[in-house]
Design a protein around this ligand. Structure first.
Ligand code: SF4
Length: 565
């Protein structure tokens, strides 16, 4: 056998040589920004925004400037859906991308047919991509033209947006919108922050108030907020605060809705958390699909920093890059550190070893909005909102076959039937309730017969379901639960980070099995058990839930010769 030895000439750097033009271009685009490793994803965005893609010479030049290996930069760039890495010899993508959401609510609203029509009508100079949820399920079918949402989208509206050359759609400047959660807008946006800084409000008082309110994390996990804050505050400093604004769960759009309407409420909740827990920096990780919210938040943060009510911790707004798994807290932290968003093994938990190795408090946007309200209006006010013995109020994202999809601010313990009737104007004309997803893609599917269960943490588990981030998708008798399960399993297959085999291979196998007319119950149960027991993180562990729901609650659908929708 012939053995070939590759030797680098002495003094020659590893990997692809850096081309002078690429180095100049990278330096111009970075504009003197720091070259820290944790800014890698931000720098990739700058290049992608300007160039429309990431070429091999540009990646090599960026690696050299940041003193990273080319492999580290390449593996990070190729991990995220929103970075277009163009390999040697490949053509660059068209300058304009139209993203058509094909997740459940949009699929039910005809996204597949819309994508086909757009592929035909937009021509080769525009790229049409079918993408997972873009956080506008209430306006399905939803499309993004470059970074501008067109929703609800028609072929005509998208063609018009493309023809007009639209690229960015920030929220309009102007008056502060009325608060969505029903509070009277405070005269002093930062009253609780000032009280904490002045010592008129103590950290222990804040923790006690959150305990009394019964506030739990509203990103999905439902961990008691006061207890989490105490745990992190009890760890040696310096401590970090990370805000998870990456809501990517299909069916979830409430954090976008709240940030559009109550950005100062959110910022006040964030600052209260940072001051009470003693965090030296706040990192807000916002999903890339929310370009308008990003622009609005940048404005609010700039105004806050220009006239700080108290000495503030550092505030960083970080941009996701299209990876659902970055909603998982340790994957999100990896992404903020400039790496692939791959979940960490636990223990240690992020409260002990989190961002940059520091004890880290991770909270969701909605949780922090309610923190501000609770401290203004009191724990009793919040706790007394629930129905059927449950505590509190929350933002339900409701989409699917209802007359008025949208966010409903409703009491914990409300039932699906009440939510649809009181907040959504009833079912859509011509549709009769058949099933619903109470907690997005991973929360399972329940039949109409269980539409009178109280919706809250811990109430749905006996039925193989959970509320998660309260992303409610309503199906009618014109839908099939098995089609929903297939749509969701394809989503998990595409979004698995690939780190562990039960999830990477299991989601692909499950999608193949449930695409068949006759479901093999025994094989699917075995596969689901392996995924739930052996996957590293919640994505793989919960991915079988929709399949198990169909087997348990919709046995009439297990054999159906009609093709998958
Ligand atoms: Fe990645 Fe899936 Fe494993 Fe989570 S369960 S670490 S998403 S492969």
């Amino acid at each position: 056998m012939q053995v070939i030895h590759f030797r680098r000439p002495p003094g020659h750097p590893k990997g692809r040589p850096v081309e002078a033009w690429a180095r100049e271009r990278v330096l111009a685009l970075l504009g003197g920004a720091p070259l820290r490793r944790d800014l890698l994803v931000e720098h990739l965005h700058r290049i992608q925004d300007a160039e429309g893609h990431l070429s091999a010479p540009m990646l090599a030049a960026l690696a050299a400037e940041m003193r990273l290996s080319q492999a580290e930069v390449y593996e990070t760039a190729t991990f995220y859906h929103h970075f277009d890495v163009v390999k040697e010899g490949e053509a660059a993508p068209p300058a304009l991308t139209v993203r058509v959401c094909e997740s459940l609510s949009c699929a039910m609203a005809g996204a597949g047919a819309l994508a086909e029509r757009l592929e035909g009508s937009l021509g080769p100079r525009v790229r049409v991509q079918r993408v997972p949820c873009i956080g506008r399920c209430d306006q399905a079918p939803a499309v993004v033209v470059h970074q501008c949402p067109v929703a609800p989208a028609t072929e005509q509206a998208v063609v018009g947006a493309v023809a007009s050359g639209v690229r960015d759609c920030p929220l309009p400047e102007g008056a502060r919108p009325a608060e969505a959660t029903g509070a009277v807008a405070g005269e002093d946006d930062w009253a609780r922050v000032r009280a904490l800084a002045a010592g008129r409000l103590g950290a222990a008082q804040v923790f006690d108030e959150l305990d009394a309110a019964g506030l739990r994390g509203l990103g999905g996990a439902g961990f008691p907020t006061g207890r989490k804050w105490r745990i992190v505050a009890g760890r040696p400093g310096p401590r970090m605060l990370v805000v998870n604004a990456d809501e990517g769960e299909p069916g979830t759009f409430k954090d976008r809705w709240l940030l559009e309407r109550e950005p100062r409420r959110f910022l006040e909740g964030m600052l209260v958390a940072a001051l009470a827990v003693g965090c030296e920096a706040c990192y807000v990780y916002l999903r890339d699909e929310y370009a308008g919210v990003r622009a609005a938040l940048e404005r609010e943060i700039s105004a806050l920093l220009a006239a700080p009510p108290v000495p503030l911790p550092a505030i960083h707004l970080r941009r996701g890059a299209g990876a659902y798994i970055c909603g998982e807290e340790s994957a999100l932290i990896e992404s903020i550190e400039g790496k692939r968003g791959v979940p960490r093994l636990r223990p240690p938990y992020v409260a002990e070893v989190g961002l940059f190795g520091r004890p880290t408090l991770v909270n969701n946007v909605e949780t922090l909005v309610w923190v501000s309200h609770i401290l203004e209006r009191g724990a009793v006010w919040f706790a007394s909102q629930g129905r059927r013995g449950r505590k509190g109020v929350r933002a339900f994202s409701v989409s699917g076959r209802v007359r008025q999809p949208g966010v409903g601010i409703a009491p914990a313990g409300i039932t699906l039937r009440e939510l649809v009737d009181e907040h959504c104007g009833g079912m859509a004309p011509g549709h009769e309730l058949y099933a619903y997803l109470p907690g997005g893609a991973s929360g399972g599917i329940l039949p109409a017969a269980l539409a009178d269960l109280p919706l809250d943490f811990d109430t749905l588990q006996p039925h193989g379901s959970f509320i998660g981030s309260a992303a409610v998708v309503v199906l009618s008798t014109q839908d099939r639960a098995r089609d929903a399960a297939l749509n969701l399993m394809r989503f998990f297959r595409d979004e698995s980070c690939g780190q562990c085999t039960p999830c990477r291979a299991g989601t692909a196998k499950a999608a193949e099995l449930i695409g068949r007319p006759n479901w093999d119950r025994v094989l699917l149960a075995q596969l689901s058990a392996a995924m739930a027991d052996a996957s590293i993180c919640g994505l793989g562990q919960a991915a079988p839930n929709p399949v198990l729901s169909v087997i348990r609650h919709f046995p009439q659908e297990l054999a159906d010769p009609r093709p998958a929708a």
